[in-house]
Design a binder for this molecule. Sequence first.
Ligand SMILES: *[C@@H]1O[C@H](CO)[C@@H](O)[C@H](O)[C@H]1NC(C)=O
Length: 306
Amino acid sequence: MFLSLTLISALGVLDIVNGAPVQNVAGRHHHHESVEKRAGTCSFPDHDGMVAVQKNGQNGGWAMHSDQTCSPGTWCPYACQPGQLMGQWDPSVTSYSYPGSQNGGLYCDSNGNLQKPNQDKDYCYDGVGTVSAQNNADQNVAICQTVLPGNEEMLIPTDVDARSNQPLAVPGPDYWASTAAHYYVNPPGVSVDDGCVWGSESNPWGNWSPYVVGANQDSNGNTFVKIGWNPIYLDSSFKNTKPSFGVKVTCDDESQCNNLPCSIDPSQNDINEVNSSQDSNGAGDGAFCVVTAMNGAKAKIEVFNV
Ligand SMILES: *[C@@H]1O[C@H](CO)[C@@H](O)[C@H](O)[C@H]1NC(C)=O
């Protein structure tokens, strides 16, 4: 039905690959830049808009797993500020398939120099700007975007303060392989340091967050906004625990939005139940709903305590 959103249903498999085969980019036209080198890695360069994440790991700020390094011969994805998308990836990979789907970010070449492959895009660029996260809870909410192209770990942080709003980075059709953005919504009060990592089954954070969100815009200016139950949560020890917070999609101009209401309110809905006229189940039987905001209309993903 929503082809551009099919990837949202593919969430849940993380391939952490050290030294994965990478494309040979020699011979292509690249912009070279000199960077400070440290012990056989390309250091995080902090270019305009780039955000260092999980700085204590061997990833050194790159949007890679804590035991991955940005070493010569690898692609090194990175996070951008809220509302912005990574503008760099391996241009020879044009569809979502492994292992090319890992080739996001800058290329650390065999000499330890970072190469910027997409000359038509900045390091970070603004998403289409049609979706924001509205936090109506009384503590911060960590909304964590998966790194794609990259290892699909939810490392890209958007920290929404209590009672405030932040833009979400919504890709248009020009984003890598026309893919959508995917986010995990952590419970209020969980920091981005604790929530925007893979995590473990001991807390309903990160990969075990209760809810997932997806968004993208097609070439007609329609924005698809999806909220749903995280299949990983439903398959964990939390599966009988109602979250103490909910999520819902709202629109600034409801006449431009299809499929409202689309909400999950644990005070009214059961676990794995969505309040929608169109609810359906995705991968791993996570119930979800999708709102279409037409003609560039703006939608919000509201987070609230119950
Ligand atoms: C579903 O949403 C509608 C519209 O917001 C609301 O009136 C209704 O109470 C909700 N029902 C449940 C079961 O959440």
